[in-house]
Structures are given as structure tokens and as C-alpha cells.
Design a protein. Structure first.
Length: 346
């Protein structure tokens, strides 16, 4: 890059960070900002985001538009959506959740992003995007950025983060598995572990029935079960207020799946659809579920239901292979993937 071009980039960079909204919160310039090989700008709106998000080969639920809007509506966060461009073409997108205190930006979080439009971006493109992202969080002007990258856990990707100036935070990365819903039932069933498949057969012989709904009464039912489950087991899961907002912002994509025994629910879960993908979100299992093998029956039929609603992939919703439920999900024998650990930037 020539001296004049470098000067223009430095000037644009300074203007980008020196523009402030009332209260001292830094905002993005409406013009394109050149940083290294990438330009970073805000998305023009919902239409552009949906068009770009639809081009991502394997999108993540937490980067969906409705997910960001639900986080804002549930309180405590604002949202920014970025487009990374190279040579005038978009190469990646990213949804950023921003935390403010007294109007000042103190922290931001990116979960399972940025998302690359190319199914297999080369290392140069990955370095350019993460380099541009890192330059948006320098000198402490925008608070701390906590980043859970949407990158596979490889040493090459780890090197890209280090080269960009991110620091490993020590928190374990996301691990999950994808079921390919383009396969037919017979093929998917053959992929199940023999024990998992036998339990599914037992549940089917036991007369369990499956129900899937987006109706209000079904939504209220699963939210009530989720609340009871947290209270009885003493854990803090996904807040009900957020789940309500997610359903409000995407009512046609918020599916309540239930396993019924003699007409009564013995297990249930939320499956959330985003683009051509869906993800297991939260689940509830009643006292009769274990003996009836309702977990196998529910998860199998939820995946089939999502295929019937146009999905090509079903994400099992994350797990740890060190716990029993994680091994239960692994035994569906989908394509397991692991993302990089969390990183931070100031």
C-alpha cells in the first residue's frame, strides 16, 4: 500500500473511533472503514442481514437476527451487526451484543461468529476478517470484547487469533453435532449407535406419540416446565424472559416438541429454526421419561419434524462428552464439531 493510501486508512481509522454518541459510547461511521485487507461496516438492515445470513453454509442460532433482537428486548444488551468486505464483496458477517453501564460501552460479546459466507474460507481470508475485527477493539475505547469464535478448533485457526492480537480466555469452546437431514430415515437410523437405536425401537413399541406445535398453549407449557426444572434442580438456565422474547420475534420458528404417553407429555423440548437449520435449545424430561426411553423418541422425532419444516441440518444443541447426556447425544452419530475456546480483546 502506498504512503497516500496508508494515510487515508489511518485517517478513516481515527474518524471511526473518534465519533461518539451522547454518553460517550463509540459508534460506527456510516462510511466503510478500511482495516488491513478488510472493510468493516454496519449492516444496512434486516433485508441485507437475512440475505447474507442465508448464504452461510452452516449458520449458528446465536447469530440469527431474532436471537439478537430477543437479547435486546429481554434487557441488558444492545446489538450491532457487521459486514466484512474484501475487494467490494462481503466475506463474513457478525452479530455483536453490547453491554453498557450509564451509557458507556463496557463490554461486547460475539458468540459463534463471525460467520463466513464461503463454506471453507482460506487462511488469508480468516486472518483478514479477524484482523479487522481486532482493530475495532483497540486501546480500550470500546470496552472489552469477549469472543467465542465460529471457527473449528485447529492450531491454524488458533494462530490466526494470536496473530490478530486476541488473548485466550481459558473458557472451553462450543462442542456439538449436526444431523444431516438431507438423508432419509433409513440412512439416519443406521448411523445411530446400536444401543441408541434399540432404545428408540423400545419407545416406539411402547406406544409413545409425538407432537410438535408453535401454538401459544404449547409454548406456555414448555416455559412452565423449564421454570419448574430450574427450581427443582437448583440451576440457572436460559432465562424465561429471553425465551418469551425469542418466541415473540420468531413465532413461526419456535417449535415445541413433546413425547406423549397415554395422551400426557412425559418429555418436551424447544427446537429453534434459523434458515435451513434448526437447533435443540432447552429440554424437559418428566419422571416417566427414562423408563419410556422418551429422550430417544423425542430427539429422533424432533429432527424428523424439522426436516418436514424445510431444514437440512439439525444441531443437537451443544454438549460435553464427559457427561451422560453428552454421550447420549453423541450416540446419534451426527457430524461432531468443536469450535475454538473463548478469547478477549481490549
Amino acid at each position: 500500500m502506498g504512503g497516500v493510501a496508508r494515510s487515508i486508512c489511518r485517517t478513516a481509522y481515527s474518524r471511526f473511533f473518534m465519533k461518539n454518541v451522547p454518553g460517550g459510547a463509540c459508534r460506527y461511521s456510516s462510511s466503510v472503514l478500511s482495516v488491513a485487507e478488510c472493510c468493516v461496516r454496519q449492516v444496512a438492515g434486516r433485508e441485507e442481514w437475512d440475505a447474507l445470513y442465508g448464504r452461510v453454509a452452516t449458520p449458528s442460532m446465536v447469530q440469527a437476527w431474532a436471537y439478537g433482537e430477543a437479547k435486546v428486548a429481554a434487557g441488558g444488551w444492545s446489538v450491532e451487526r457487521l459486514v466484512f468486505e474484501s475487494a467490494g464483496r462481503p466475506v463474513a458477517i457478525c452479530q455483536v451484543l453490547v453491554k453498557r453501564v450509564l451509557g458507556l460501552r463496557v463490554a461486547a460479546r460475539i458468540n459463534r461468529g463471525p460467520l463466513f459466507l464461503a463454506a471453507s474460507p482460506d487462511e488469508a481470508e480468516v486472518r483478514a476478517v479477524y484482523g479487522a475485527l481486532r482493530r475495532c477493539w483497540r486501546f480500550g475505547l470500546r470496552g472489552v470484547l469477549v469472543l467465542a469464535p465460529g471457527l473449528a478448533e485447529t492450531e491454524a485457526h488458533r494462530g490466526c487469533l494470536k496473530a490478530a492480537g486476541f488473548r485466550a480466555r481459558g473458557a472451553t469452546g462450543w462442542c456439538s453435532s449436526l444431523l444431516d437431514l438431507r438423508l432419509d430415515d433409513e440412512t439416519l437410523r443406521k448411523k445411530l449407535s446400536s444401543n441408541w437405536r434399540n432404545h428408540l425401537k423400545g419407545a416406539e413399541r411402547g406406544g409413545l406419540c409425538f407432537d410438535v406445535s408453535t401454538a401459544r398453549n404449547a409454548v406456555e407449557w414448555i416455559l412452565a416446565r423449564h421454570t419448574e426444572n430450574m427450581q427443582e434442580k437448583g440451576f440457572s438456565g436460559t432465562p424465561v424472559a429471553f425465551l418469551r422474547e425469542l418466541q415473540r420475534h420468531a413465532p413461526d420458528d419456535f417449535f415445541v416438541c413433546r413425547a406423549l404417553q397415554d395422551g400426557q407429555p412425559v418429555a418436551g423440548m424447544i427446537a429453534f429454526r434459523f434458515g435451513r437449520s434448526a437447533e435443540y435449545f432447552i429440554g424437559w424430561y418428566g419422571p416417566e421419561a427414562r423408563q419410556a426411553k422418551a429422550g430417544n423418541f423425542l430427539l429422533w422425532n424432533a429432527a424428523r419434524a424439522m426436516r418436514a419444516h424445510g431444514c437440512e441440518r439439525f444441531d443437537l444443541g451443544g454438549y460435553s462428552s464427559s457427561d451422560g447426556y453428552g454421550r447420549f447425544k453423541q450416540d446419534m452419530r451426527g457430524t461432531e464439531y468443536r469450535l475454538l475456546e473463548e478469547w478477549i480483546a481490549f
